[in-house]
Design a protein around this ligand. Structure first.
Ligand code: ADP
Ligand code: MG
Length: 217
């Protein structure tokens, strides 16, 4: 089961990863956008991390709704309201349960992704974050690792697409041949989710090992 601490760690790992990848995200946003995607997300997720460290919310739902609201208020670009809506609506769907299962998270994320589609009007194939998020949510029912692989594949698949939403759509045909920055960052968000699940499994396994050592010694 996934508790509030798991979700807080997911947001912290995402902040670290976005920091590390900010230049690459901004570079992707340069030929088909305005070269600010990395700095937008870096600003947003640092604010999220600082707020969650200062005052840790008690439930998974509260971690995500708080994070979503902060992204909406701190990120100027299109991606702020879109990612903000994703996290806020996913958090709302989780309600106030103290712990949730991976399957419950998959269902809640499906609601969050539907809200992003409604807000931005993008469908799969439009060369946006939706192209990474939709396959990720579908695969999350199987495993965290499957979701990570599906999101990465979805992001790579945006390269030959012609953008139909967002700034890149102004370029028409010239948007073809570039990987979408938002689909790339969405794949990072899902990779960070998988990474968080792996580090919790590792610490659970080492906990068992220590207990075994004590009883054995
Ligand atoms: P801006 O385009 O305002 O500069 P960012 O550079 O931070 O904002 O984010 C750009 C990314 O946002 C795009 O690569 C795309 O994935 C995503 N995006 C833009 N418009 C939409 C939309 N209508 N629906 C879904 N995603 C969108
Ligand atoms: Mg941009």
């Amino acid at each position: 089961m996934l508790d509030a601490d798991f979700f807080r760690r997911w947001m912290a790992v995402t902040s670290t990863t976005v920091d590390r990848e900010a230049e690459r995200l901004t570079a992707l946003d340069s030929p088909i956008g305005d070269a600010d995607h990395g700095s937008n997300l870096r600003r947003g997720f640092s604010a999220v991390r600082a707020a969650l460290d200062k005052e840790p919310p008690a439930t998974p739902g509260a971690v995500l709704t708080r994070s979503g609201r902060l992204l909406i208020s701190t990120v100027g670009g299109a991606s702020g309201p879109l990612y903000g809506t994703l996290l806020r609506r996913t958090g709302k769907a989780l309600g106030d349960a103290p712990e949730v299962s991976r399957e419950q998270l998959a269902e809640a994320l499906r609601t969050g992704v539907a809200a992003v589609r409604q807000l931005g009007g993008a469908a799969p194939g439009d060369k946006t974050m939706i192209d990474a998020l939709v396959p990720a949510v579908d695969a999350l029912g199987d495993s965290f690792a499957a979701a990570r692989a599906a999101a990465e594949k979805g992001a790579v698949a945006t390269t030959p697409m012609r953008a139909r939403k967002g700034r890149a759509s102004y370029l028409g045909e010239r948007s073809i041949g570039h990987q979408d920055p938002g689909a790339t960052s969405a794949a990072l968000l899902i990779a960070c989710l998988a990474e968080t699940s792996e580090t919790s499994e590792a610490s659970e396994a080492s906990g068992t090992y220590e207990a075994g050592e004590v009883s054995g010694g």
